[in-house]
Design a protein around this ligand. Structure first.
Ligand SMILES: CC(C)(COP(=O)(O)OP(=O)(O)OC[C@H]1O[C@@H](n2cnc3c(N)ncnc32)[C@H](O)[C@@H]1OP(=O)(O)O)[C@@H](O)C(=O)NCCC(=O)NCCS
Length: 162
């Protein structure tokens, strides 16, 4: 299996586009999610470090995308109340289905937990990404961590019995 250098900023070749999604508690996710969130939110988007890390990580379920070399390339979390957040994919892995796979994993988990609805604060530029999954905007745009956001929600139906 070819190893991908996720931190190099070099786009993966077609041979290097394999990835998988794993659900983890924070103790396992921390070393993997930290590097991705540092890069995407703090370095790329300029989110203040003290706003990036909060107590919700401990209480959330985390979806981590790993490349063929088991390096983290994407992350997202599901809070106990049904809020999805901290969705981030390394820049050179975007538009390859990683974000969709992370979101689908958390939506599946939310259904399994019997959550009637999930909601999130979408960065306005990413609202179109969430709309593809059926999320609808709710209320007006607002600023959070210096970035324009839109609250969006999705009503969940129960997963069909297997
Ligand atoms: C938003 C983000 C997570 C999307 O991840 P991604 O891996 O590029 O998304 P995918 O490749 O799985 O895209 C799934 C679909 O959504 C579309 N899409 C991706 N980003 C989009 C965007 N910003 N706006 C509209 N559509 C988008 C893709 O074209 C794809 O459509 P298709 O199924 O018709 O091909 C990623 O761009 C990212 O990490 N951005 C920086 C951090 C950020 O802004 N996070 C969101 C916080 S709310």
């Amino acid at each position: 299996m070819i190893e991908t250098d996720s931190d190099s900023g070099i786009a993966p070749s077609p041979m290097q586009t394999r990835f998988n999604i794993q659900l983890m508690t924070w103790s396992d996710a921390l070393p993997l999610a930290r590097a991705v969130r540092e890069q995407v939110f703090i370095v790329e988007q300029g989110v203040p470090r003290e706003l990036e890390w909060d107590d919700w990580d401990e209480r959330s379920d985390h979806a981590i995308a790993l490349d063929a070399g088991s390096k983290a390339i994407g992350t997202a979390r599901l809070l106990p109340g049904g809020r999805i957040g901290r969705m981030a994919v390394l820049a050179h892995w975007r538009r390859r289905g990683v974000g969709a796979a992370l979101l689908n994993a958390l939506l599946r988990l939310a259904r399994e937990k019997g959550m009637p609805e999930v909601l999130l604060h979408a960065q306005t530029h990413a609202a179109g990404f969430y709309r593809r999954f059926g999320f609808s905007p709710r209320g007006d745009e607002f600023i959070e961590a210096g970035i324009s956001h839109q609250e969006m929600s999705l009503t969940l139906t129960r997963a069909p019995e297997q």
